[in-house]
Ligand binder design. Structure first.
Ligand SMILES: [Fe+2]
Ligand SMILES: [Fe+2]
Length: 261
């Protein structure tokens, strides 16, 4: 009896938790569904049978000005977006720290690279701000590896810059190759998600469309950094294959861990 009473108390407590986020677990959303924040997916009324009628007519079409009902994201979609926001924030944090560490030694030995280093850093800082905002807005926790990535990224930036301009650019080439591919994979999942929504008669909300366009823009800027690195003789780094191989493997490992931890 004691455990049943404890269970009932916990359910009642959960029902009054102030959770309004579309990424919150569905068992918490159910009692407060009217106050949950959605990522603006809606289902057209025409797709829903008339519950008040004793003889439902699935083929009956609703009028064009019928009100829409919102539909929350599925558990799998929420988990995907939470992981994506978390790993993207970690990646952008690392990118800004790499450029912060690389810039003084590189600019000291190659002053003409100052505008390029600043340009790439400014874009990374913008990306980080974007994902900081998304994490805060949707109450997604950052990766627990945040302090470790901070040290690792600073060490990587400083170490490659000390090796020279080519090694610093090879670092950028390797990182952007992995990150560009990572953003591409996220876009592929989002495109599939949107196609499924459209096929099932749901309208795709502006928030999801804006997210896709933001990730597409950031992906393109990462690939622009990759081009700058190659133009600045990244492939002349010694030992190029070993250096870029280690950095790419490190990026893949960091992405895998940051999605989960
Ligand atoms: Fe970035
Ligand atoms: Fe980048």
């Amino acid at each position: 009896m004691t455990s049943l009473a404890t269970y009932r108390r916990s359910v009642l407590h959960a029902a009054h938790l102030p959770v309004y986020d579309f990424l919150a677990p569905s068992f918490i959303q159910i009692p407060r569904a009217s106050r949950v924040r959605y990522i603006s997916t809606t289902r057209k009324l025409a797709a829903i049978p008339d519950q008040s009628s004793n003889t439902p007519n699935p083929g009956q079409s609703a009028s064009s000005n019928a009100p829409s009902l919102k539909k929350p994201l599925t558990q799998a979609q929420r988990e995907f977006l939470s992981q994506a926001f978390r790993v993207n924030q970690a990646g952008e944090l690392a990118a800004t720290l790499i450029y912060i560490a690389q810039t003084p030694p590189i600019v000291a030995s190659h002053p003409h690279l100052r505008p390029l280093m600043k340009h790439m850093y400014d874009q990374e800082a913008g990306h980080l701000e974007t994902f900081n905002t998304l994490l805060a807005k949707h109450r997604v926790r950052p990766t627990a590896m945040y302090p470790i990535w901070t040290i690792a990224a600073s060490a990587l930036g400083w170490g490659t810059a000390i090796m020279g301009r080519e090694a610093a650019m090879a670092c950028t080439e390797a990182v952007e190759t992995e990150i560009g591919g990572h953003y591409n994979e996220q876009l592929r999942v989002l495109v599939d998600m949107v196609e499924q929504m459209e096929e099932s008669g749901e309208e795709v909300g502006n928030e999801l469309k804006e997210l896709m366009s933001t990730i597409r823009r950031i992906r393109d800027e990462e690939l622009e950094h990759l081009d700058h690195a190659v133009e600045n003789e990244a492939k002349q780094a010694q030992p190029y294959e070993l250096l870029t191989g280690i950095i790419k493997a490190g990026c893949r490992g960091a992405i895998w861990i940051s999605e989960r931890v």
